[in-house]
Design a protein around this ligand. Sequence first.
Ligand code: FES
Length: 182
Amino acid sequence: MIPLEIAERTTAPDGRPQSEQPAWRRDFPIDVPQEQYVARRDFTKFMMLTSVAFGVGQLFIGVQNWLRGRRGPLPAQAIAKVAEVPVGGARSFHYPDASEPCLLLRPDEQTFLAFRQKCTHLGCAVVPDDGHKQLRCPCHNGCFDAATGRPLTGPARRPLTRIALENRDGVLYAVGVEETPA
Ligand code: FES
């Protein structure tokens, strides 16, 4: 129920009372006092719809995670020959599919590391920095330790996702995705 003083101040162009106006005009009133008035029922409806949308979103994420967990072990995928990656170098690849860009790093002769390239803050692509000791996210200046994937500075709180590697006769294979504990 709209208070009388607000209803009186609100006059539609056709002069008819508010109760006879079409729904679109009642939803988008033309007068400032009317516009600022939010009925308790409308507010409750808005809160209910927001809560339902939030719940559906959470459910969707939960189902996706559940399905991902049931996919079983990921297939091994050859990503580079050892000889092709120079010491101190990096190389990009996709794993387990084309939608997941990753980075392969070779900090020293014997060590190979791989991480998902997606920053754990808002998903920008991280790039090697500081002689490949760090992985930097250009979006909000986030920085990760290139040896462990842990966040060093910036807004990200979770480590980069690590890709498990195997060296099979001089060929590097991605063999799985390791969710690093926070
Ligand atoms: S998206 Fe990487 S720090 Fe924000």
